[in-house]
Design a protein around this ligand. Structure first.
Ligand SMILES: *[C@@H]1O[C@H](CO)[C@@H](O)[C@H](O)[C@H]1NC(C)=O
Ligand SMILES: *[C@@H]1O[C@H](CO)[C@@H](O)[C@H](O)[C@H]1NC(C)=O
Ligand SMILES: *[C@@H]1O[C@H](CO)[C@@H](O)[C@H](O)[C@H]1NC(C)=O
Length: 545
């Protein structure tokens, strides 16, 4: 994309800013994005100041030019004019002095701009600003694409800011032709060519309507991306047609001239089937992935028959403290046990946690304990809260024990997580391969997962259990619990779960993992080995993520 700013210093300035930046990671959490807003406000202020000054300067120069135009250029009058010594002086002075100091220096000396640039750089530094990087843009694009793919959103609808067909969830933002074009280009980089074509076509339609938009993208640039992408997708006919459109606009277009014979050959092949070599289409999504997406979209649900035995009830879980204000329990699945506890946290508590997490979260990693990496499997940011260091979490810790009936002796610290644009966590298990004793003090495998929802997510962000056909929507202040292990403490493969992409808003959750250790009397093992129940769900190549 071309940035149509004529000040040469400006481009240099941005480049130097980019070089100085640390690798940012803005796309995986909404809280990080909020920092960008402050920086933009600062930029607007500074550039407005600069423009004000530049405008004033321009006005002065215009006035100066108008003055000169008053000088008669007719020879007859000139003689009279210079007959007056004052006029002679003014003219000479103008050429010796005024042009130089009032026009050439202000226009050609960028000293003023340099001062602004330095000032701005200093302010940005004091704001501790990391410039978003290309990776961030690619990440954000991947997020949008994931939303589109998971929730089957038509491109034109998404480009017009509509996330659901009803008008309730309309965002008041639309994407410009230039935005759509950029998304198309990035999707090409991400090898999502069919989606890229959709976005480029959208950009093309919009660019015709948006002739005076800024930033502007020309139809030619769009066609330059679109034709080769279509060809790559196997649509040579349309690629050839668009290539011809490019040549119509620019008969000497190098790329189009080069591609023209290629497209023509391919079209000839198509007319003669014997020459047609069809490229095998890559199936982009596996079956399990498909199941997960269908559950996230709400296409697959539990049948009424499966739901018949589920109950909602009040319980104090045998703790006298909760006799008057019992827990509100909503069973979601009996075997494996998945249940919702409602109103577990007050708004103050959830807000405190979110506030604490702002600015502290870092990109989440995946992997077995002690050996983890950043991955597109999990796009979110998190931080760990150790109870010993956070006395204000004492009540929450006690409540988690009372809710689950388990002890925290061998539980992990609380994990605070924020999901940003299209943020998600692909289907995975919570249990980990236990290699004898871990370096951490946690004994045994992850027995139970307790997931606290800290805010409302307007759309998307459910916790999906593909095999249980269950998508649990986030409810602020509620707690979702499930057992990852059978009574025999063997892994329960039916508990595969995922965080559906966040479609609108930001998603904040806390994870607490209770381990096997010290739960002997709280959740005793069964007499029978019940691990057979989930054996048919066991993946062939077990990957614990
Ligand atoms: C969107 O615009 C409509 C009408 O212009 C307005 O009523 C509504 O509050 C806006 N919504 C948001 C989220 O800004
Ligand atoms: C971490 O995992 C990678 C591959 O996933 C492996 O190559 C590496 O040896 C592991 N490191 C440790 C310390 O286990
Ligand atoms: C239960 O049975 C499975 C398979 O038959 C076996 O792999 C597992 O070790 C058994 N678990 C226990 C606790 O004995």
């Amino acid at each position: 994309m071309s940035v149509a700013i004529s000040m040469p210093g400006f481009v240099i300035f941005w480049v130097s800013l980019c070089l100085a930046s640390v690798r940012g990671d803005y796309y995986s959490a909404t809280s990080e994005l909020e920092a960008l807003v402050d920086v933009e406000v600062l930029l607007v202020q500074q550039i407005e100041l600069y423009l004000q000054k530049a405008e004033k300067q321009q006005e002065n120069i215009k006035r100066f030019l108008e003055n000169i135009e008053k000088v008669p250029d007719d020879l007859e009058y000139l003689e009279d004019y210079f007959g007056n010594p004052i006029n002679a002086f003014i003219t000479i002075k103008r050429l010796v002095h005024d042009w130089r100091y009032n026009v050439f220096e202000p226009v050609f000396d960028l000293g003023d701009f340099v001062a602004y640039k330095e000032n701005l750089a200093k302010r940005l530094e004091s704001a501790d600003f990391k410039n978003p990087t290309k990776d961030d843009l690619l990440g954000a694009t991947r997020g949008l694409w994931r939303l589109q793919e998971t929730y089957k959103l038509p491109t034109s609808q998404l480009a017009n800011g509509i996330l659901t067909p009803g008008d309730k969830n309309e965002l008041n933002v639309t994407l410009s032709a230039s935005d759509c074009y950029a998304i198309g280009c990035y999707l090409n980089e991400l090898q999502q060519h069919s989606y890229a074509v959709d976005w480029l076509l959208e950009a093309k339609a919009k660019s015709i309507r948006e002739a005076s938009a800024f930033p502007f993208v020309s139809e030619l640039s769009i066609l330059e991306q679109l034709a080769p992408t279509l060809n790559q997708m196997g649509n040579n006919k349309l690629a050839h047609r668009l290539n011809a459109e490019i040549l119509e606009k620019d008969p000497n277009h190098q790329m189009a001239l080069k591609d023209k014979p290629i497209y023509e050959t391919q079209l000839a092949w198509q007319r003669d089937p014997r020459l047609n070599v069809a490229a095998a289409k890559v199936d982009e999504s596996t079956k399990s992935e498909d199941l997960y997406q269908r559950v996230c979209r709400g296409e697959l649900r539990q049948s009424p028959r499966q739901q018949r035995k589920l109950r909602c009830f009040y319980s104090d879980r045998g703790v006298a403290f909760y006799r008057l204000g019992p827990f509100q329990i909503e069973q979601l699945n009996l075997d494996p046990y998945v249940a919702y506890f409602h109103n577990v946290m007050s708004d103050d508590e959830t807000d405190d946690l979110i506030e604490h997490g702002m600015g502290q979260v870092k990109r989440s990693t995946v992997g077995s304990l002690g050996n983890t990496t950043v991955s597109e499997i999990r796009t979110s940011q998190n931080t760990w809260l150790w109870y010993e260091q956070q006395p204000w979490l004492k009540n929450l810790k006690l409540r988690l024990e009372d809710n689950t009936g388990l002890g925290m002796e061998s539980a992990e610290p609380l994990q605070l997580v924020n999901y940003g644009i299209g943020g998600h966590y692909e289907p995975h298990y919570d249990f980990v391969k236990v290699e004898k004793e871990t370096t951490f003090g946690w004994k045994g495998n992850r027995l139970l997962t307790a997931l606290l929802y800290l805010n409302e997510v307007p759309l998307g962000g459910a916790t999906a259990f593909p095999y249980l056909k269950l998508a649990v929507p986030p409810v602020k202040g509620s707690l979702l619990v499930w057992y990852n292990l059978h009574r025999s403490l063997d892994p329960d493969f039916r508990t595969k779960h995922a965080g559906c992409p966040v479609l609108m808003g930001s998603k904040w959750v806390c994870n607490e993992w209770f381990h096997e250790g010290a739960q002997e009397f709280r959740r005793p093992c069964g007499l029978m080995n019940d691990s057979k129940k989930s054996i048919s769900f066991k993946p062939i190549d077990v990957v614990y993520k």
